[in-house]
Write a protein that binds this ligand. Sequence first.
Ligand code: ATP
Length: 259
Amino acid sequence: MDLIEFTDFRIIDAIDILLVAALLYYLYRLVKGTVAINIFIGIVIIYGIWRLTELLEMELMSKILGGFLGVGMFALIVVFQQEIRKFLLMVGSTNFNAKRIFRQFKTISRDTVATTNIAPIIKACKKMADTNTGALIVIKRNNSLDFVKSSGDEMNLEVNQPIIESIFYKNSPLHDGAMLIEENKVTATRVILPVSNDRNIPLRFGLRHRAAVGVTEKSDAVCLVVSEENGQISYLKDGDFVLYDTLEELTQIIHKDLS
Ligand SMILES: Nc1ncnc2c1ncn2[C@@H]1O[C@H](COP(=O)(O)OP(=O)(O)OP(=O)(O)O)[C@@H](O)[C@H]1O
């Protein structure tokens, strides 16, 4: 009977397996490097044992483990709150090509939406890097940044090099925290970002860099960090440092990421 069911393998079963594999892969990517990875591995092991006990018809053990996993689902929502949020953001992100195509059919032409001008931002970063002035700039892509904006001072200034430099100038009352840029406007300063607890971030990076990792983990925004310590300009996307050789290359990368 079992053998007949096994040979009765349909295309839809293959798709089902592929989807579960993709789901597990994305879940792993979400929790990789965080403390949640240990919980994730623990759950996978318990689930594996549960399925095995079911297969071997060890009724008592499979009932206990099944019950544990059932109740555990609610606990998981609490434990993985951040990861579930990020996963939903990822699913709803307009990065998918299908959505890009859809966007082209929107009644409002993209040309009417002010796109962020990268050149003055990079020039300001270069100037700040030369003078070892620390800076943290978050550039919005598709996801809303409202979840961090309220922690800072909201404003509405056209992006230009002197504005960015003067905000991060050491004696400026606005230099602390992060700057948000949305559609070529500085929309907030002194913003407090969520700090990442990724254990893979090298120890030489302090809170400014961890905050940049944090916000790019929790949204699809990209982030530029100028180190006060060594004047290094870092670019972050999806919770990772993006490597580049020259500032021209960095400008092109950001252009591509924002388009
Ligand atoms: N969670 C946060 N959100 C926004 N800004 C932050 C956050 N944490 C730190 N910062 C900013 O980073 C500044 C410097 O922090 P810290 O020295 O720990 O960072 P760092 O990564 O070592 O950077 P640097 O290389 O510039 O020293 C703080 O004064 C503050 O302006």
